[in-house]
Structures are given as structure tokens and as C-alpha cells.
Write a protein that binds this ligand. Structure first.
Ligand SMILES: Nc1ncnc2c1ncn2[C@@H]1O[C@H](COP(=O)(O)OP(=O)(O)OP(=O)(O)O)[C@@H](O)[C@H]1O
Ligand SMILES: O=C(O)[C@@H](O)C(=O)CO
Length: 424
């Protein structure tokens, strides 16, 4: 396999978002969970997205895992490696975007990395280095209340500057409007000034196409799905992709029962859980009882077991910001998050043991915990349920499963129903 593009993603839902974008843009794409073991056969592909669970772990561990993934991709011929971060730049001042970027850029032998989390299809745009979520700056969006990575500064030149070992510059809209050569020249000028990264403005897909063309022959970049789109279109225009890849891997329907799990507390997920009550039984787990030692996993599985033969169920810990803050104040952010993730993962395992073969999971960390617990290792890409959320089909599992791993902020209010319909 000689890859046109290699990607290292910092969470599993983000990886499936990117793999979906690359597939739609015409690259045959596979998503692996972690670095595949030596000798494991993978289908032929133009691009591989290695999904890590490295967004909210200590920075040194995120760096080590990302370097291993980058080396694996380079060994498979990937000339350009993109580090996929969240379109809302989820991270803290301690990392992990800056430290991972610094390490992968050095590994690639580049002096500067172009960085942009813009993803216009989901309302993420960057102007003068400031990230907007829809019409509001990042720090006024619901991301200010994220349970693990609250985002309180929209100026990404500043945010990344606090995380990186090198100064950070800006490639502004006026430069992007002048085209790929102007972007490349600005990158070189910033590198000559000693900058190690440049936040690039992008408001429309056409801006991302310019950025893609400007950097496709360089070794390394950092971005969300929008930059993936720009890179994929540059590759396809250059004859380095397969133009009929979209939705190629739907495959045969899988039988079995279906279920949904939600550990995301984003505004979008809260609305989706509320809307699901009209179409399926919903169990809202009380995380305070879980942390007090009650066996809520067994309760959830009993709830599901009684109902699965008649249709899907949804089990959610999702709660509004004030409840999340109260739980975190009582137990600590990490302890609360990990205990809930572990409980939802154990529930997922119990559901699969009870015949569930189609599973929808809301939340990046939550999806990471579930996929790891189920021991899934790679996915083929199916059709798109909502912007950034594809149907995934397991690869290398004797009895295939379909999954949808939803980033917290993605999807409309009817997301759960729509996902289940598309997986039917
Ligand atoms: N009721 C709750 N109180 C406190 N924390 C919670 C609660 N329910 C879930 N959590 C934790 O909140 C975190 C949610 O993160 P997760 O990444 O799953 O969702 P998200 O941040 O909305 O999604 P994404 O990362 O895709 O944007 C997890 O660690 C989860 O365990
Ligand atoms: O880029 C995004 O917003 C998503 O793919 C994601 O990473 C959310 O966890």
C-alpha cells in the first residue's frame, strides 16, 4: 500500500469525521483504531486515518503515540501527514495540539506547519486567526463549558502560541484570497522569521482548496476536516486519488439489535437525547449514583434487555453544564469523566453480548472508551448520516457491526433516529 495521504487523529469521532470527508472528496479511506499490529492486512486505500485517543491525555503520552502513528504512515508511503484536531480546537494551555505539532513537524523535517481548524460545512470558520462557531467567537460558543477542554479564547494564534515551543504567525484572509502561491510565500516568510506554525484563515471551502494546493507537496499540516477536504481535492485534481470512492463500503446489511449511547454533554447532544424520547425508550443514568458505587451498569443492561427485542433503546449520561460542574466539583474532572466513560463502555459490551450489532455513540471520549472496550480495530466508510458523521462498518471482525461515532457538537436534533434508519 502506498498512501497519498496519512492522517493522525486525536480522537475516534474526529477520525471518522475526517475519513468521511476524505471519502466524499474522492479518496479511498480506511480508519484504523491505533497503529495496526505488525502483519495485519488492510484493504487497499489512498488514505489512512489512524485514530488515537490522545486529545485529553498527558502531552508526553500524546506526543509518543502520535509519533508512532506518523512513523507507521510514512513507512506506508504517506508523503503528507495531517494531524487531525478538533474543529473547535479542543485543548488546554498544557496541550496537546502544540506539543504534538512540534514533534511531528520536527519528525517531518519541516520548519513551519500550516494550521487551521476551519470546517465551513459545520459552521467553523477562521478570520484574522479567530475561530468562529457559527456566528459567535469560540469563547462565546457552548465550547466555553466543555467538560474536559473548556475553550475560553477564540484567538488561535494566542492559544497555539501558549502550547507550542515556537512562535506562531498568521496567514490572513487577504493572503488566502491571492491564491496558493501567495500562501506558500507567506509560509516561507513566516518560517524565515522563526515562526514554527501559522494559523490560516479560511471561511469557505474554496479557501481550504487554496490551502490544500499550497501545502500538498509539503510534508505536514494540522487541521480539522476542512483542511482534509482541501488536501483531498488537491490530490484528486492531481490524479492521486480515486474519484468514485464516496460511500463505497456500505456492504451487506447487518442484522441484530440496535442501540444508542450518549456520554456527550454538548448542547447538540442534549437536544438530540430529548428528541429521541419521542421515538425510543430512553434511560437517563444518574452519574452521581454511579460515582457513589451503585451498579448502574447492571440497571442499564436490565433496562435494555427488556426492550431490545421490540426496538432500539438510548442510554445517556448527558446533562446540562450546571450538573456537569456540580459532579466535577464533587469528584474531580478526570475521575468523573473516566468513571462515566468506563460505565458506558461496559454497557456497550453488555449490549453487544445481548445481540446489539448496530450501535450509535455520542461523544468523542465516550466513543473512544466504547470502541476500545469492544476491541474494534478498523473501519470502512459508509454513507454520511450528518455532516462529519458517517456510518462505519467494522473491518476484521468475524461478525460485522455498524457504528456511528458522533462528535458531540455534530448532527441535527433528529440525529439518533436518522442514524438508526441509515443503519437499518
Ligand atoms: N453527567 C455528566 N457529568 C459530568 N461529566 C459527564 C457527564 N456525562 C458525561 N460526562 C463526561 O463528559 C465527557 C464528554 O466528553 P465526550 O468527548 O464524550 O463528548 P463531547 O466532548 O461532547 O464530544 P466531542 O469530544 O466529540 O466534542 C466524558 O468524559 C464523559 O464521561
Ligand atoms: O473536528 C471536529 O469538530 C470533530 O471531528 C471532532 O474532532 C470532535 O471531537
Amino acid at each position: 500500500m502506498s498512501l497519498a495521504l496519512g492522517c493522525v487523529a486525536d480522537d475516534y469521532t474526529g477520525a471518522s469525521d475526517l475519513a468521511n470527508t476524505l471519502t466524499k472528496a474522492g479518496l479511498r479511506t480506511i480508519q484504523t483504531i491505533g497503529v495496526p499490529e505488525e502483519g495485519r492486512a488492510l484493504p487497499e486505500a489512498d488514505a489512512v486515518v489512524v485514530a488515537l485517543k490522545s486529545r485529553s491525555i498527558p502531552a508526553d503520552q500524546a506526543v509518543a503515540r502520535s509519533r508512532e502513528a506518523e512513523a507507521w504512515l510514512r513507512a506506508r508511503g504517506a508523503a503528507h501527514v495531517m494531524f487531525k484536531v478538533c474543529s473547535t480546537f479542543d485543548s488546554t494551555d498544557a496541550g496537546n495540539i502544540g506539543p504534538v505539532m512540534d514533534a511531528l513537524r520536527a519528525e517531518a523535517g519541516e520548519t513551519i506547519a500550516l494550521v487551521t481548524p476551519a470546517f465551513p460545512e459545520t459552521g467553523r470558520s477562521v478570520y484574522q486567526g479567530n475561530l468562529f462557531v457559527g456566528a459567535v467567537p469560540l469563547n462565546e460558543s457552548p465550547l466555553k463549558d466543555h467538560p474536559l477542554n473548556p475553550m475560553r479564547d477564540a484567538n488561535l494564534v494566542r492559544v497555539l502560541g501558549r502550547q507550542s515551543g515556537s512562535p506562531v504567525g498568521l496567514i490572513d484572509t487577504a493572503t488566502v484570497a491571492r491564491g496558493a502561491e501567495a500562501v506558500a510565500a507567506r509560509l516561507d516568510a513566516l518560517a524565515a522569521e522563526g515562526k514554527g506554525a501559522a494559523i490560516a484563515d479560511a471561511i469557505f471551502d474554496s479557501d481550504l482548496e487554496v490551502l490544500g494546493r499550497a501545502i500538498i507537496d509539503r510534508q505536514f499540516s494540522v487541521g480539522a476536516s476542512g483542511l482534509g477536504l482541501g488536501l483531498a481535492r488537491a490530490l484528486v485534481a492531481d490524479g492521486r486519488g480515486t474519484t468514485d470512492a464516496a460511500g463505497a463500503a456500505v456492504g451487506e446489511p447487518v442484522g441484530g439489535a440496535s442501540a444508542c449511547l450518549a456520554g456527550s454533554c454538548s448542547q447538540a447532544t442534549l437536544q438530540q437525547v430529548a428528541a429521541a424520547e419521542a421515538i425510543m425508550p430512553v434511560l437517563r443514568l444518574d452519574p452521581a449514583r454511579l460515582l457513589a458505587g451503585d451498579d448502574v451498569v447492571a440497571e442499564a443492561l436490565a433496562f435494555a434487555e427488556e426492550r431490545l427485542s421490540s426496538g432500539p433503546v438510548l442510554i445517556a449520561t448527558s446533562a446540562p453544564p450546571e450538573s456537569v460542574r456540580a459532579l466535577q466539583a464533587a469528584h474531580g474532572v478526570d475521575a468523573a469523566g473516566h468513571a462515566i466513560e468506563a460505565a458506558l463502555a461496559a454497557i456497550a459490551e453488555g449490549l453487544v453480548a445481548r445481540g446489539v450489532r448496530r450501535l450509535v455513540v455520542a461523544g468523542g471520549e465516550t466513543s473512544g472508551a466504547v470502541v476500545d472496550r469492544l476491541g474494534l480495530t478498523a473501519f470502512l466508510l459508509g454513507p454520511e448520516i450528518a455532516a462529519g458523521v458517517p456510518v462505519l462498518r467494522t473491518a476484521g471482525r468475524p461478525e460485522p457491526m455498524l457504528l456511528a461515532l458522533k462528535s458531540g457538537n455534530f448532527g441535527g436534533p433528529d440525529f439518533f433516529g436518522r442514524a438508526l434508519d441509515m443503519m437499518a
